[in-house]
Design a protein around this ligand. Structure first.
Ligand code: RB5
Length: 149
């Protein structure tokens, strides 16, 4: 499994913790920035990870900002990206099962480190259920197509 990670300054420390956690588990990671706690703009890194996941070079993306919200809004502007902002492992599991989410978004300022790692593990170890959920994910793609016209 190959994961692309990105954050702004508000998510920098949690992103590094996640990278250490994934590397310990033998999961391949690529840090697409930012690379310090200097102030920067979350849309830039949401877009980088979204493009990386869309290219299919990576299985999933993990993005972190202060709240997890701004960076997920940015990533979700890329067609085919389903970035889910999660604050607990139930939601992380459900969004994989039902929404086939391909990016996990976390907020360093709202989710503690242990819970965040638990969310990461739940997200990465859960498969899409397909079936009735497939139709609904396809409906999201139809909405994208409508606005790409
Ligand atoms: C940065 O201060 C902060 O606005 C950002 O990390 C994020 O929370 C935006 O949604």
């Amino acid at each position: 499994m190959k994961i692309a990670l990105g954050s702004d300054h508000g998510g920098f420390n949690l992103k590094n913790l996640i990278i250490d956690h994934l590397k310990q588990k033998g999961i391949e990671c690529e840090d697409l920035g930012c690379h310090s706690t200097d102030s920067c703009d979350y849309p830039e890194f949401g877009l980088k990870v979204a493009k990386a996941v869309k290219s299919k070079e990576y299985d999933f993306g993990i993005i972190v900002c202060g709240t997890g919200i701004g960076i997920s809004i940015a990533a979700n502007k890329v067609p085919g990206i389903r970035a889910a902002h999660c604050t607990d492992s139930f939601t992380a599991r459900a969004t994989r099962q039902h929404n086939n989410s391909n990016i996990l978004a976390l907020g360093e300022r709202i989710t503690g480190p242990s819970i965040a790692l638990d969310i990461v593990d739940a997200f990465l170890s859960t498969d899409f259920e397909g079936g009735r959920h497939e139709k609904r994910v396809n409906m999201i793609e139809e909405i994208e197509k409508e606005y790409l016209k």
